[in-house]
Design a protein around this ligand. Structure first.
Ligand code: SF4
Length: 211
C-alpha cells in the first residue's frame, strides 16, 4: 500500500521536461518541513488515502491523459514510503518515462536507474541545508537533474559554492526562485552576470494556474 495525496494530469512545470503533458502521482508525507513549502496538503494525512498499486493505476486512468507516457512521482517526499520502489518497477514495466522529485535527504541507491531523478539540494533559507545525503552524488547521473530553490542572496551563494566544490555527473542544473521572496528577474540577472551554466527554473504550472 502507498499513502497517496493526489493523482492528476497536468503540464510538467519545473524541470527540463517543463511544458510537456505529464501524469502525476503525489505521495503523502515528508521527512522535513521547508519554510516555503507549497505542498502543505501533501504533508497532512487528513488529505491522503491508502491505495494499492492496482488502485493507483486505475485512478491514473480516471485522471486523464491516457496516451501520455510521461509520469512524475512527487510529494511530499516519495522515498519515505518503502513501497514506492514497487511503484517505480510497475510504471517502468508499463513503459512510462518516470520522473522522481525528491528532496535529496534520502539515499537514492534503491531508485531504479531508468527513473529520472530531479533532486533538490536544500539551501539555507529552507532550514534544511544540512540534510543533503552526499552519497547521493554517486547516484545522480547525467540524465538526472539537480535543483536549488533560492529564496535569498545567501541561498544563491550557497548554490554557486556547491557547484564549484562538488564534482557532478549531470549538467542539468536548475535554479528556481521562492516566488514570494526572490523575484525571478533578480535571479535571472544574477545568473547572467555570473555566467552560470544553469537553467532558470520557471514554475510553468503556476503561471498557467494549473495543479
Ligand atoms: S521537501 Fe518538498 S514537500 Fe517536503 S517540506 Fe520541503 S518543499 Fe515541502
Amino acid at each position: 500500500m502507498l499513502n497517496i495525496n493526489d493523482i492528476f494530469y497536468s503540464i510538467q512545470g519545473e524541470s527540463s521536461f517543463a511544458g510537456y503533458p505529464c501524469r502525476f502521482i503525489r505521495l503523502a508525507g515528508c521527512n522535513i518541513k521547508c519554510s516555503y513549502c507549497d505542498s502543505k496538503e501533501a504533508l497532512n494525512s487528513a488529505y491522503s488515502m491508502n491505495m494499492d498499486i492496482e488502485g493507483i493505476l486505475n485512478a491514473l486512468n480516471n485522471a486523464g491523459g491516457k496516451n501520455v507516457k510521461l509520469i512524475e512521482v512527487t510529494g511530499g517526499e516519495p522515498l519515505i514510503q518503502e513501497n514506492v520502489y514497487r511503484l517505480f518497477e510497475e510504471l517502468l514495466k508499463l513503459n512510462y518515462l518516470v520522473l522522481l522529485e525528491t528532496n535529496g535527504t534520502i539515499n537514492l541507491r534503491k531508485v531504479p536507474e531508468k527513473v529520472i531523478k530531479i533532486v533538490d539540494i536544500k539551501c539555507p533559507s529552507s532550514g534544511f541545508s544540512n540534510r543533503f545525503d552526499y552519497e547521493n552524488l554517486n547516484y545522480i547521473n547525467e540524465t538526472d537533474e539537480i535543483k536549488f530553490v533560492i529564496g535569498t542572496d545567501n541561498d544563491y551563494d550557497f548554490a554557486v559554492d556547491f557547484l564549484n566544490k562538488e564534482k557532478l555527473k549531470t549538467k542539468r542544473i536548475i535554479f528556481s526562485a521562492v516566488s514570494a521572496v526572490m523575484p525571478l528577474k533578480k535571479l535571472a540577472l544574477k545568473i547572467l552576470e555570473n555566467e552560470l551554466n544553469v537553467r532558470l527554473g520557471i514554475q510553468l504550472h503556476k503561471i498557467l494556474m494549473l495543479k
